[in-house]
Structures are given as C-alpha cells and as structure tokens.
Design a protein around this ligand. Sequence first.
Ligand code: KIV
Length: 263
Amino acid sequence: MKTTTISNLNAMKAAGDKFAVITAYDYTFSRMIETAGIEVTLVGDSLGNVIQGRDSTIPVTVDEMAYHTEIVKRGNSRTLLMTDMPFMSYANENQAMENAAILMQAGAQMVKLEGGEWLAETVYMLTERGIPVCGHVGLTPQSVHKLGGYKVQGKEEESAQQMIAEAQILEEAGADLIVVECVPSSLGRELSQALHIPVIGIGAGPDTDAQVLVLQDMLGISQRLPKFSKNFLDQNSSIQEAIIAYGNEVRSGAFPCAEHCFK
Ligand code: KIV
C-alpha cells in the first residue's frame, strides 16, 4: 500500500476515484486504519464528544489535540494525517501560526480549520509557510451556539451559493482540501464540481470526492448514531473488517445511500 500525499488525492479527484477518511484518537485504531488502506486519518476535535464525553467540541485544547496527534502518528505512517485546530486556536493569524506549528510538530501533515471567507488570510499565511490546510464549511461544530444547534446548512439557494463562494475563496487562498458537513446532497455535488481541490463530505450526499466519518459512529458505539452515519460493525465480524468495509463502500459509491443524506 502506498503512502497518501496531497498529489495522490488530487489525482484521485481528477480520475473520479473516491477516497475514504476516518477519525482516530489513539495508537491501536490508527494502526487498524492504516491496515485497512484508508487514505486519510483525521484527529478530529470530535474527541471532545467521543473520547472526553463533553457535549460539544468547544472545550478541546491545542495540548489535547497535540497529544492525540502524537499517539495516532505512532500507529500510522501511511495515511495522510490531518489534525483539527480546536476552538479559538486560530482566531487571529499569529495564534493560528503558533498553534498550527505545535500540531505539525506533534505529527500532523495538515491542519483543518472551521469557517469561510474570514479565514482566507490565515489559510494563505499558513500555506505560504508550508502548512497544508483543509477548510471546513457547512455545519461547523465549533460554532454550534451561533448556529443554534447541529442543523443542516445551506438549504436555501442564497446560503448554498454563499457557501460555494466562500469555499472557492479558501481554495484560492491555498487550501488543499475542504470538508463539507451536513448539507443537502445537491449542494455537496455542486461544491465538489465547483472546486478543483478534493471535497470531503459528511452528511453531504454521495457525490462529494470523499467521505469522512467519526470512528465511534461508524462502529455503532456512539451514544446516538447520526442520520448521516452507518454502523459498519453490524454486518462485519470484527472492527478491522468494518473499517475495511467502510473504505470499500466509500470507494465504490455504495455509502452513503439515500437514508444517510439530506434533501
Ligand atoms: O472533528 C471531527 O471529527 C470532524 C469531522 C466530523 C469532519 O471535524
């Protein structure tokens, strides 16, 4: 199995080949993800929910993200390792630079930031300094209180077009990937077509260039299974097989199907 690079992911988008992303927070699962041939591992700040038992990602700190990045990195040298910058760790450019450096030195190969146009300068500054960036648009969980809950975003034509325009600004600023969370499938498709860089969907329909799921959700061991997720352990007899099945279903387009999507 070859090591994933940003150029591999771009080549996959150009060829119309989908890739799979999954979250990991520790060494053992990280090894299993590598063994399963998943292309990208995300050390998500969702660890606030699924590891720490908090009700949002807001309390998660840079030190915690760095710790989990280090231990995930130890289990996995082949997948591209992306780490979330947590709440308020990139509120201004200097903060973003200092905190991204901490995460990169812990083993991340890319950092992920939630937000749109307001992040353009930050994305430019980080990428100019050699730090690859993934944007995150749509439902951005760090803004849950501003959004008024975990709701589907971009349902109206105006907000959908604004989301596409903001993602294009992030691409122009130098972002290498974009995550889009909880939007109608039609918007997931439009966004993937509008951008040259790969778009990774979660609850964004079947037509994005890639899919990402939270590990505990796709193993069916979260407290509540989100509509956009699927329990892959249901039809597989081991965790390793479930992760392999997830990767295969993403690449074949079998996941997500209508029951996991929003209109
Ligand atoms: O924190 C996380 O796990 C994420 C994914 C849901 C995309 O950002």
